[in-house]
Every structure is written in structure tokens, then in C-alpha cells.
Design a protein around this ligand. Sequence first.
Ligand code: UDP
Length: 251
Amino acid sequence: MNRRKKIYEGKAKILYEGPEPGTLIQYFKDDATAFNAQKKAVLEGKGVLNNRISEFVMTRLNSIGVQNHFIKRLNLREQLIREVEIIPLEVVCRNIAAGSMSERFGLPEGQALPRSIIEFYFKDDKLGDPLVTEEHITAFNWASTQEIDDMLATTLRVNDYLSGMFGAVGITLVDFKIEYGRLWEGDFARVILADEISPDSCRLWDATTNEKLDKDRFRRDMGGVIESYTEVARRLGIMKDMPRVIEGGVA
Ligand code: UDP
């Protein structure tokens, strides 16, 4: 039996020690949580889909020069990644009002925003990931001014690229959450994209019908979660070498 050392276990993923120093293995679980883990379920096949979709997105971003932690996919549920020091912020970018943005400002869900808006949330489950400003981020030393600028610039670039990529397959990128980490090179730390980009972390709507193809289906008890994630993968053209994940688990 392979007894790898577990480094960290989160709600949807596990990180194991990698084969070489500076690498980790990211394992995608089928667990789904929402509302700060008050709502939980196991959605069979979700981990396989998110592993594949995140691989696809990270590879495409790498090809346009957006550095990220992804090295290669190892198997159905695992990918080899670069070990980074995670910056404790969730960086959310929004194009259309939905979710907490709609609630906070009383905006109807689906209303286009005047421009893309980036927000930072402090990653702390006990506190419910509060919205923070750049003042908090620098005062509490979560990131430097330069790192904030780098994250803002990269996030806009990711938004532009992914809006086009999803748009080309009939999907509207409503909003998404990304995370960044520091990659140390001697005394210098470069901020690169980390974590995952998948229907768990993006709002993706069918461009024609506005049907939700993302985790809101789970949050709002709409059903068809796996079918929707599968549809996203199919439209991105990555279903060819995917196992059957609907009905009876991963075949
Ligand atoms: N999001 C996420 N993880 C979180 C919170 C939000 O991936 O812990 C994503 C969410 O899927 C959506 C975007 O970030 O694509 C904005 O989420 P929002 O602030 O509207 O929060 P929610 O309505 O999900 O509570």
C-alpha cells in the first residue's frame, strides 16, 4: 500500500507529499460542501470531473503565460502540483451580479456589472471568510502592496481569457474564485495561481438559457449537479478520455 504523507485535508481536496521536494499531490474528493460546510454531500464523480476541468483550465492559462501550480495530471483524481505558500485570501472576480454580491447590494441576479469587480475575502472558515479591503490585507500582513497589484492584474487577465474560452462554447462566466500562492526562489517570492478552477469555484451559466452549470445547483438543491459539470467538460472538449461518471459512480 502506498502510504503517502497527508499534508492537508480541506473540504474538497487533500494534499499529499509529492515525489520530489517542492511538489505536492492534489487529490480531488467527491465531497461537496456549501454555506461554510453546514451543507454536505458526496457527489459521485465530482472529483474526477474537477480534476480534469481544472487541469484543462490551468494548462490553457499556462499557455498564455499565467503561471500556476499545475504540473501534470497523474490519474483520475490526482494532479502533481508545485508546493506554494498559500496567501490566505480568496480572490473573487465578478462580471454579472449573483450570490453574495446580489444580496449585499440588492442587485438582481443576472444584472451585468458596469465593469469586472475584484474582491478579496480572508480565508478563515471560523469567521465565514469575511470580505476585506486592501487596508486589512497590508495591515495584517496577509500580502504586500506589490503582491496585491500582481493578484489584481493576473485575476483580470484570467477573467478575460476564461470569459472568452467559456464564451466560445456557449457558457457565460458570471464570477469565479481563485487563490494565489508564493513560489520561493531564494529570497524572492513570485505570486502564482494555485488551488483549482472548476464548476465548484466558478458560476457558469448556459449563454442561451442562463441555466446554471455550477455548484449553485448543489447550494440551491436544484439537482443535476454531476450532469452539469459533465456538460461543462463536454463543451470544453475534454470528455473524450473521461470515464463514465454519471450513474453508479466512476466506471
Ligand atoms: N466561491 C468559492 N468558494 C467560496 C466562496 C465563493 O469558490 O468559499 C466562488 C463561488 O462559487 C462564486 C464566487 O466565488 O463563483 C462568488 O461567490 P459569492 O461571494 O457570491 O458567494 P456565495 O454566493 O457562493 O456564498
